[in-house]
Write a protein that binds this ligand. Structure first.
Ligand code: HEM
Length: 129
């Protein structure tokens, strides 16, 4: 793919990731209104990241690497994979893993993964040398 196409997809992906996280924060607030509202909001956040996850896996298939700070990408991929596993457990109603403590861990990891993703973005486009 051409570089400006990749850049546009990366920008879009970053935008969707930030919006999805804001949705998640809102879904957490909705807990006080009822568990159904909370579940609907959280599901919407998960749907929003699906295209970005596809893009990230596409990038990996193309051999995406960082010129520097490779460890950030490695940790991002590791933590992001743990978040995905939690999401799968939540949406498939594995009740043993669908407790508040697991959701707190998943939210914390999602936030750290997002911050690392933003750093990956800044490194890959040369904003951080
Ligand atoms: C909830 C989980 C995740 C979040 C919030 C997240 C967030 C982000 C963000 C914001 C970026 C920078 C924007 C972009 O280029 O897309 C990014 C890039 C990237 N992420 Fe993730 N990510 C997650 C999961 C994963 C997973 C599971 C993997 C791989 C196992 C992964 C691999 C990558 C790669 C390779 C890039 C660079 C893509 C590129 O610009 O070409 N991410 N991620």
């Amino acid at each position: 793919m051409e570089l400006d196409v990749i850049r546009t997809l990366s920008n879009l992906s970053l935008f969707l990731q930030v919006i999805a996280f804001l949705m998640l924060v809102y879904a957490i607030k909705l807990k006080t209104e009822g568990i159904d509202q909370h579940a609907r909001g959280a599901s919407l956040a998960v749907f929003t990241i699906i295209p970005t996850i596809l893009f990230m896996f596409y990038s990996i298939s193309q051999g995406f690497q960082l010129a520097s700070y490779g460890i950030v990408l490695l940790l991002h991929r590791l933590l992001g994979s743990i978040v995905l596993i939690f999401i799968i457990l939540f949406v498939t109603n594995r009740w043993r893993f669908k407790k508040k403590v697991h959701m707190d861990i998943a939210t914390g990891l999602w936030m750290v993964t997002l911050i690392m993703g933003i750093i990956v973005y800044l490194i890959s486009f040369g904003y951080i040398a």
